[in-house]
Design a protein around this ligand. Structure first.
Ligand SMILES: CC(C)(COP(=O)(O)OP(=O)(O)OC[C@H]1O[C@@H](n2cnc3c(N)ncnc32)[C@H](O)[C@@H]1OP(=O)(O)O)[C@@H](O)C(=O)NCCC(=O)NCCS
Length: 160
């Protein structure tokens, strides 16, 4: 399968929101308003991956929303890959591109939140050398705790 990365276009929004609904359980997935809010924050950007196949229209299969915050600290807001194309490197393509973009915006580190029971995400971020900083009790509206993970962007590049 061939996958291509590109910047978000306004007409992608509904597709991205529906991908988010399929990637996260209720209480963790975003409402349209929440997703729009995060995507439009100062310093925020969204990258999209499309699956390309000869003679077929490109299909959006994943996206990442991140923001370059004040003080040189980046934030991964969400990363979503459709179940059918997981373990093909799409998530890594999105995360690596977002980290590069954050470095370009003078971020020295990046952090994110993930549910403590999201084993897939924890393996994925471990592979990308994120470190556990702390636990936030009942972070999500469904009562689940969050881990805050962080990565130094200046000394760590890529997954391995
Ligand atoms: C987490 C997520 C983005 C990973 O996307 P992906 O395209 O499958 O990731 P990759 O193919 O780039 O995986 C890279 C590495 O991460 C690890 N990994 C990914 N999925 C894994 C799984 N289900 N079990 C164990 N390790 C896993 C592996 O080390 C993998 O490398 P490998 O396939 O060579 O073993 C995707 O599973 C997803 O969208 N999940 C739902 C939403 C979510 O939980 N997002 C993260 C929380 S914000």
């Amino acid at each position: 399968m061939a996958f291509a990365l590109r910047d978000f276009r306004r007409e992608d929004f509904e597709t991205l929101w529906s991908i988010d609904q399929r990637c996260f359980p209720p209480g963790i997935s975003y409402t349209r308003l929440e997703l729009k809010f995060y995507m439009h924050r100062r310093g925020a950007f969204t990258l999209v991956v499309e699956k390309a196949a000869p003679e077929l229209a490109p299909e959006t299969v994943g996206f990442i929303v991140a923001e370059a915050g004040r003080g040189g600290v980046g934030h991964i807001i969400t990363i979503d890959v459709l179940p059918a194309v997981r373990r093909y490197g799409v998530g890594s393509k999105l995360l690596t591109a977002a980290e590069d973009r954050l470095r370009g915006a003078n971020c020295h580190s990046v952090f994110l939140e993930t549910a403590v029971d999201n084993k897939t995400a924890l393996s994925f971020y471990k592979r990308h050398r994120y470190l556990l900083m702390k636990t936030v009790p009942r972070y999500y509206s469904n009562g689940v705790d969050a881990f805050i993970l962080q990565k130094d962007l200046l000394s760590q590049k890529g997954a391995s």
